[in-house]
Design a protein around this ligand. Structure first.
Ligand SMILES: Cc1cc2nc3c(=O)[nH]c(=O)nc-3n(C[C@H](O)[C@H](O)[C@H](O)COP(=O)(O)O)c2cc1C
Length: 265
């Protein structure tokens, strides 16, 4: 499998190197300390993210308490079971091999939240698309993730939870949405390929399968952006797990409509 270094050469400048090194980490945490000045830098980077109307609708709740983390982890395990119960047998076996969190093994957790009431009601740019508030929080998370990677810290995003459970556990007001639990800490190493690819759950798509030119569905073959070397990069020749295209499996509830929860205040 070609790596980004193989494709683009060894002298790729920043931030590309950090972007391509970034991994979702679950199993490789050392549990070591994070120096306070490093944590400060990483959080500062998150807080420097762009946001709709400069609303900065995020908060970062740092959790070191093992008691809290153990309660959260038990809830995540139960949600994992619920998801597993929805899967067809062969996919269930595949899923059973995949670690989905490093809540206790990481050095700490950062709960990132979204406050739709911040800078409201006149959030410049959000009147047309309420989701832009949530997008802003995700950009803060990506900043945090990349800064952590540059500091050789791993980040693992955990979303196997019910928002209400998390609100109750951490005393979060009802109008604030928990967006991500991020496991953070030093790592033994960063894996070259994502865990989900390694377990053949799902493969990263080749870039040209998601490119359109001028109108939707019009491909770029006439003047390709991807040369032959990128056409199948980085992992496009991996078979897709046939079941993972299934969005709703019998017995599982369909995706909830989050549009109401995300209406601006
Ligand atoms: C919104 C979001 C939620 C995620 N939730 C989980 C999760 O609950 N458990 C998990 O193991 N990974 C989770 N991930 C990580 C993805 O599985 C991971 O990003 C993907 O497999 C690609 O791997 P990479 O990040 O190492 O490139 C989440 C990622 C995102 C963006």
């Amino acid at each position: 499998m070609p790596t980004f270094e193989h494709l683009f050469g060894p002298d790729l400048p920043e931030p590309y190197r950090t972007i391509f090194r970034r991994r979702d980490v679950r199993a490789h945490f050392t549990g070591g300390e994070i120096a306070p000045e490093v944590l400060q830098r990483v959080l500062f980077a998150a807080h420097a993210a762009p946001s709709v109307g400069l609303s900065q609708p995020w908060d970062f709740l740092i959790v070191t308490s093992m008691a809290k983390r153990t309660s959260f982890q038990a809830h995540v395990s139960a949600e994992r079971e619920r998801f597993s119960a929805c899967l067809p047998p062969d996919e269930k076996v595949l899923f059973s091999r995949i670690k989905i969190e490093g809540i206790l093994e990481s050095s700490l957790g950062i709960l990132v939240t979204y406050d739709p009431s911040r800078a409201a009601p006149h959030v410049l740019g959000r009147h047309t698309i309420p989701d832009t508030g949530l997008y802003s929080v995700c950009l803060a998370i990506e900043n945090l993730w990349l800064a952590a990677t540059a500091e050789n810290l791993g980040v693992g995003w955990v979303s196997f939870y019910q928002e209400e459970f998390v609100r109750n556990l951490f005393g979060i007001p009802a109008h604030i949405r928990p967006v991500a639990w991020l496991c953070l800490g030093p790592v033994h190493s960063f894996a070259d390929i994502p865990d989900l690819e390694r377990h053949q759950w799902r493969a990263r798509r080749p870039l040209d399968t998601v490119l359109h030119r001028e109108s939707w569905g019009k491909k770029t073959e006439e003047s390709p952006i991807c040369g032959e070397n990128l056409r199948h990069a980085p992992t496009g020749d991996r078979p897709q797990n046939p079941h993972s295209a299934q969005e709703n499996v019998a017995g599982c509830s369909p995706l909830p409509d989050s549009s109401d929860a995300n209406k601006p205040a």
